[in-house]
Design a protein around this ligand. Structure first.
Ligand code: GLP
Length: 241
């Protein structure tokens, strides 16, 4: 695992974008695993700029997102489908048909989860998976639990996650209580991982994730067992390391 500590959110975003850009230069047809949340937005902005300047291309890229609220329509501006279009896909030269997000309206979440994992596997697996981290240590929407969930599945969101995400909604009552997320097992099959975190609110959980024992109560701690992880933090997030 390599940990990079940058000065602030902007520097974290630049470093993250640099890592993705380097990757795309070597493998233009990469399978990118992508994340939502506030953390990667700055990195996506950097990537959009690089794409506009012709420094990188997404033409051959396939994208696989971690998760989606459930149930939610793609057209809902709170859906992660909408988020990805708004923050990245609509502004770069990616073929939208090559972008994939779990279906927030799936009639059968178990079947959707299996099909999603199969899709990821059939296309050769994720080359580089972008992750944020929840204040409770979740990755994707894998909440603290007694087990590490192996596959893409339906989850009930933690009270903490609902509170944390309420800032994106008009009121906490509007935050969906369920989601479909890649499992921890799915995430761990990615060939490499890029986890970003910023701000003092993430400092304690990063200490637990990086220096604590591997425990499904801190889902991100499983990344200690992954062979190729880059963690890009800002100084505030790294304060307790
Ligand atoms: C969200 C997403 C995660 C994200 C995390 C942190 O709920 N499901 O993929 O990493 O919570 O979000 P933020 O980056 O806004 O702190």
């Amino acid at each position: 695992m390599t940990i990079y500590v940058t000065k602030n959110y902007d520097e974290m975003s630049k470093k993250g974008a640099e890592i993705i850009a380097e990757f795309l230069k070597v493998k233009p047809a990469a399978n990118l695993g992508l994340a939502t949340g506030g953390t990667p937005v700055g990195m996506y902005k950097e990537l959009i700029e690089m794409n506009k300047k012709g420094e990188i291309s997404f033409k051959e890229v396939s994208a696989y997102n971690l998760d989606e609220y459930y149930p939610i329509e793609k057209t809902n501006d709170q859906s992660y489908d909408y988020f990805m279009k708004d923050n990245l896909f609509n502004h770069v030269d990616i073929n939208i048909n090559n972008t994939h997000i779990p279906n927030g309206m799936a009639a059968n979440c178990e079947a959707e989860g299996k099909a999603y994992d199969e899709l990821v596997r059939a296309t050769g697996g994720v080359d580089i998976q972008v992750l944020g981290i929840g204040g409770n240590g979740h990755i994707g929407f894998n909440e603290p639990s007694d087990i590490f969930e192996p596959i893409t599945h339906q989850v009930t969101l933690d009270e903490r996650t609902i509170q944390d995400n309420a800032r994106f909604f008009n009121s906490i009552d509007e935050v969906p209580t369920q989601a479909i997320t890649m499992g921890i097992g799915t995430i761990m099959t990615a060939k490499s991982i890029l986890l970003l975190a910023s701000g003092s609110g993430k400092a304690t959980i990063l200490r637990e994730m990086l220096l604590g024992k591997v425990d499904p109560r801190v889902p991100a701690s499983i990344l200690q067992f992954h062979k190729d992880v880059k963690v890009v933090l800002d100084e505030e997030a790294a304060a307790e390391l």
